[in-house]
Design a protein around this ligand. Structure first.
Ligand code: PNS
Length: 162
């Protein structure tokens, strides 16, 4: 069985992430979405909230599961029989750091990293920009799943339905 991980912070999950995860799930037998627990960086959402949102929006993909991890990604992969890391590449600005991480991870464990080119619809999209725009009352509809949009509006006290 071929197993891959899509790792990240997912604070929160965007439609760009979902596109990469869905495409990875069509290539691999099983995909684990690995949510990094980063004790040095407080997110907008807790890791539990991020996982709950991910599980809800990925419920229709039967070969995808969501888990958290801390420490090195390669150790998480080894413990879970994961043999590939799948990541989206948006623009050349992503490339340097992603290449560094991919090469370090291969050096550490021999694991392969596969890059999927981001759907151009989401080329400019990032969780950070979504938070910044939503935090200032901008419209992020269509950039995140509707349930994430709802929770962003709740978090920023802008939800008209509540
Ligand atoms: O969504 P992000 O924050 O860009 O994801 C970055 C992530 C989680 C993929 C990366 O920081 C990571 O793999 N962290 C785990 C710690 C680790 O293995 N570091 C060495 C990387 S070579």
């Amino acid at each position: 069985m071929r197993q891959a991980v899509c790792p990240g912070s997912f604070d929160p999950v965007t439609n760009g992430h979902l596109d990469i995860i869905a495409r990875a799930s069509a290539i691999f037998d099983k995909v684990t979405v690995g949510v990094l627990v980063n004790n040095t960086k407080a997110g907008l959402f807790s890791v539990d909230e991020r996982i709950t949102m991910l599980r809800e929006v990925l419920a229709d993909l039967p070969n995808v599961e969501v888990a958290s991890f801390s420490g090195l990604l390669v150790d998480f992969c080894r413990e879970n029989n994961i043999t590939a890391i799948v990541k989206g590449l948006r623009a050349v600005s992503d490339f340097d750091y992603e290449l560094q991480m991919a090469q370090m991870n291969t050096r550490l464990s021999g694991i392969e990293t596969l890059f999927l080119s981001t759907n151009p619809t989401y080329g400019y999209l990032s969780s950070s920009l979504v938070k910044e725009v939503a935090g200032h009352g901008g419209d992020v509809h269509g950039l995140v799943p509707d349930l994430v949009l709802d929770r962003l509006l709740d978090r920023f006290g802008e939800n008209p339905s509540h």
